[in-house]
Write a protein that binds this ligand. Structure first.
Ligand code: GUN
Ligand code: ZN
Length: 433
């Protein structure tokens, strides 16, 4: 019989706003001897250990000292059917899709394969400290069933949807405007708001959808305005040229999604690298969110995301792995490659802002900051336990670290799943490896 209340003890860090640097102390809370009190999957209190412990003398105490407790990481763009595509050699986007990704995704028509891969996918997310993600499934409803079913079994807050794609892909990977609409609608009814699951209407990108299909996707968005929308935008120059040739009347790439009513504040636009001034205006007006995918953008040679330029227009950028074009499930290498991409553009990413980004920042981009992304009372108890001494190189560097910011920067620059000591989902310890 497990105790009904759990108290996690350790150093705690969370955010109230986006910090620009360590002096921005109103934006973050750091408690040296801290604690998180959890009951029924929710955070009941967090703060100073003595104060929080006094509220629940009967709680089971799990002592994680000297580790650092933060809100579980959030990955805002990942492809569930690409767990066996990651690390495929030699091409840029369109060849990579045709040569590796599309053939692999055809396998997810099989419910057995989808279920087996879903279990492996969630094991990987959790061992890397990711407690929520927004995923593209394959075109097959079976893949979305496996994705949401396994998330429900683990009680995880997961967002996703089956991709809608009705052209420019192999036969085994195509729906039609009508079946894409019907299958998506059935999945919304089955999974959106069920437990912690939320649905994302998912036209893959303009190249793989006819105008008729984007029109049907827009109808779904109008009928389900509380659903998310996810797609890809302006990742690669050849992709943009092909897209423009398929939609010659559109003013630009984003204008296609705009015309079909896909741009809500809950729309997530993977990559958004090569944007025109008009497209940036449209992002600012609609509140649609660009998603920065650093390891993917480097791996496919796609380009450099202009974080500061978009932020300067008041646009909220999310950050994500984009596995399987992304090369790590971990949000730590995602931050380190993001840091380098910004360095190439003389833009700065302070480690406090970086860790805000993969927790509360991504939660804000999803409009879920009252549910996930912080350790605030009343939010869901998804917590990651970080060990900045996890490898010999990290431990050696840590001997010279004097500040929290230095520790965070070591975690993001040298860390991976070895730095994740434990991951809690709704208060339950989940890490299996
Ligand atoms: N654009 C359309 N589909 C994909 C995909 O699976 N990965 C990436 N990186 N870009 C895409
Ligand atoms: Zn993607």
């Amino acid at each position: 019989m497990t105790a009904s209340k759990t108290l996690l003890r350790g150093r705690i860090l969370d955010f109230r706003a986006e910090p620009q640097d360590a002096d921005d102390t109103d934006a973050y809370r750091y408690v040296e001897d801290g604690a998180i009190l959890i009951a029924n999957g929710m955070i009941k209190a967090s703060g100073d250990f003595a104060t929080v412990a006094a509220q629940a003398p009967d709680a089971q105490v799990i002592d994680h000292r000297p580790h650092l407790l933060m809100a579980g990481f959030i990955d805002t763009h990942i492809h569930f059917p690409q767990v066996q595509v990651i690390a495929s050699w030699g091409s840029q986007l369109l060849d990579w899709l045709n040569n590796y990704t599309f053939p692999e995704e055809t396998r997810f028509a099989d419910p057995g394969h989808s279920a087996a891969m879903a279990a492996r996918f969630y094991d990987l997310l959790l061992s890397h400290g990711t407690t929520s993600a927004v995923a593209f499934c394959s075109v097959h409803p079976t893949s979305a069933e496996a994705y949401f079913g396994e998330a429900a079994r683990r009680n995880m807050r997961m967002i996703g949807g089956k991709v809608m794609m009705d052209r420019n892909a192999p036969d085994g990977l195509l729906d039609t405007p009508q079946t894409g609409y019907d299958e998506s609608k059935a999945l919304i009814e089955r999974w959106h708001g069920k437990g912690r699951g939320l649905y994302a209407i998912t036209p893959r990108f303009a190249i793989t959808s006819t105008p008729e299909q984007l029109d049907m996707a827009g109808a779904l968005v109008a009928e389900h305005p509380d659903c998310f929308v996810q797609t890809h935008l302006s990742e690669n120059h050849d992709e943009i040229a092909f897209t423009r040739s398929l939609y010659p009347d559109a003013p630009d790439y984003l204008g296609i999604y705009e015309r079909y009513g896909l741009l809500t504040a809950r729309a997530l636009l993977g990559h958004s690298i090569h944007l025109t001034p008009r497209e940036i205006d449209v992002l600012a007006e609609t509140g649609a969110k660009p998603v920065f995918c650093p390891t993917s953008n480097l791996f496919l040679g796609s380009g450099l995301f202009d974080d500061a330029g978009l932020r300067g227009r008041g646009i909220t950028n999310a950050i994500a792995t984009d596995v399987g074009a992304g090369t790590s499930y971990s949000m730590l290498p995602t931050l380190r490659e993001g840091y380098k991409i910004l360095q190439l553009q003389n833009q700065k990413l302070h480690p406090l802002r970086a860790f805000h980004w993969i927790t509360r920042g991504n939660a804000v981009a999803l409009g879920l900051q009252n549910q996930i992304g912080t350790l605030a009372e009343g939010t869901e108890a998804d917590v990651v336990v970080l060990n900045a001494n996890a490898t010999p190189a990290m431990a050696l560097r840590m001997e010279r670290a004097e500040t929290l910011s230095e520790e965070l920067f070591i975690l993001q620059t040298l860390g991976d799943d070895r730095a994740i000591a434990q991951t809690y989902v709704a208060g339950q310890a989940m890490k299996t490896s």
